[in-house]
Design a protein around this ligand. Structure first.
Ligand code: GRF
Length: 224
């Protein structure tokens, strides 16, 4: 990877695309040296497609229902991403599991974001699961996609408290705010060549360290 060259991204979406928007905003503000080569949705009506078009980005719909298997869909996906010279694949609310076809085409070059502190609450409805479990903290995680569901090497996490009067909507909104901060940041770390994979651990070179005595309590001790 050439650290001076803008990174070529392929963004995969299925829905609203607010994470896509956060990435576009960082690029346009000059804080992320990248270009979005193509935005691909598996759903033709994904509102995120309109966001992409508003910013002059190339979009494409590849409807998974037109393919006999997950592998065939992934072969088409990989072909389009390669044709656009994509270096890093960014899943941003992309509601499809990727098969080995995609993982082999882009080894350690696919990122995803999940609205929980993995490995807690993988899979769908993660915010609801954290609430129902009675967890005091949840958050969001950016990770490299691997064969397991939401199981790949973790790049960065943000911690979000669960408040006594939270419902799924309020909690999801607060998590989403943090997603918009950490996803562009994770891509930037990748672009700067600062992510080093050691087995399943991602070492972030030159990162500030969290003070070793820093811990968060919820509820805080003072309230007890
Ligand atoms: C986010 O909560 C993300 O963590 C999950 O799907 C949601 C996508 O939101 N994978 P958006 O489409 O980026 O607004």
């Amino acid at each position: 990877m050439n650290e001076n060259k803008p990174l070529s991204l392929g963004v995969l979406i299925s829905g609203t695309g607010t994470n896509l928007q956060a990435i576009i905003d960082e690029i346009e503000a000059g804080r992320l040296s990248a270009r979005i080569a193509v935005v691909i949705s598996n759903r033709s009506r994904a509102p995120g497609l309109e966001r992409a078009r508003r910013h002059g980005l190339e979009t494409m719909v590849i409807d998974h229902r037109g393919f006999a298997s997950r592998e065939e869909f992934d072969r088409q996906l990989a072909a389009v991403l390669n044709r656009h010279g994509v270096e890093l694949v960014v899943c941003a609310g992309f509601m499809r599991l990727l098969s080995p076809v995609m993982l082999d085409a882009f080894p350690n070059r696919i990122m995803n974001i999940h609205p929980s502190l993995l490995p807690a609450f993988p899979g769908i409805n993660a915010q609801r699961a954290a609430l129902q479990h009675g967890a005091r903290w949840t958050g969001c995680t950016v990770f490299f996609v691997s064969a397991g569901v939401d199981d790949g090497p973790i790049i960065i996490q943000a911690v979000v408290p669960i408040l006594p009067d939270d419902d799924e909507g309020r909690l999801s909104a607060r998590i989403l705010c943090q997603e918009h901060r950490i996803y562009p940041y994770a891509i930037r770390l990748y672009q700067e060549g600062r992510l080093e994979l050691q087995q399943r651990r991602v070492v972030v070179r030159g990162a500030l360290l969290v003070p070793p005595d820093q811990a968060w309590l919820n509820p805080p001790l003072a309230a007890c």
